[in-house]
Design a binder for this molecule. Structure first.
Ligand SMILES: Cc1cc2nc3c(=O)[nH]c(=O)nc-3n(C[C@H](O)[C@H](O)[C@H](O)COP(=O)(O)O)c2cc1C
Length: 130
């Protein structure tokens, strides 16, 4: 199975979750603003995550979501961190759905302060999809 992990993280919380997902999947997590972020071949599962900043997602993530297409992504699995709100999950899901990409109904979310202890839950979650 071909799996990719992409994320955008300003202060490291979402990156930590991305890295644990990548560990479970045996791949590297790649920031969406990296030169390696583009999907060069079709992936069966794309884990894609970002945080909420003042009710929206970062422009880097918005731009990246816009580059994706259903011929490159079998299914997307969305994850996020924030202080309190899960709204980024909905924003990311909407952007993917508008691209015709199938999005797994289950999502992974942690409050920022819970990220320190999220490793086991994240590994368990990710292993369901890889
Ligand atoms: C400028 C700014 C605005 C934020 N706005 C929200 C918000 O509206 N709702 C919320 O729940 N968290 C908000 N947060 C908290 C972040 O979503 C949270 O710290 C998240 O874990 C950051 O992820 P990152 O470390 O991957 O960048 C905000 C943080 C910053 C810095």
């Amino acid at each position: 199975m071909n799996v990719a992990v992409r994320y955008y993280s300003r202060s490291g919380n979402t990156q930590k979750v991305a890295d644990y997902i990548a560990e479970a999947a045996g791949v590297s997590a790649v920031s969406v603003d990296s030169k390696d972020a583009a999907l060069t071949e079709k992936v069966d599962v794309l884990f894609i995550g970002g945080a909420l900043y003042a009710y929206g997602i970062d422009d880097n993530l918005k731009k990246y979501l816009n580059t994706l297409s259903s011929d490159k992504v079998g299914k997307a699995v969305v994850f996020s961190t924030s202080w309190l709100s899960k709204h980024a999950l909905d924003v990311i899901r909407k952007a993917l759905t508008e691209k015709g990409i199938t999005v797994e109904s289950e999502t992974l979310y942690f409050k920022s302060k819970a990220v320190e202890s999220c490793k086991e839950e994240t590994l368990r979650f990710a292993r369901k999809y890889v």
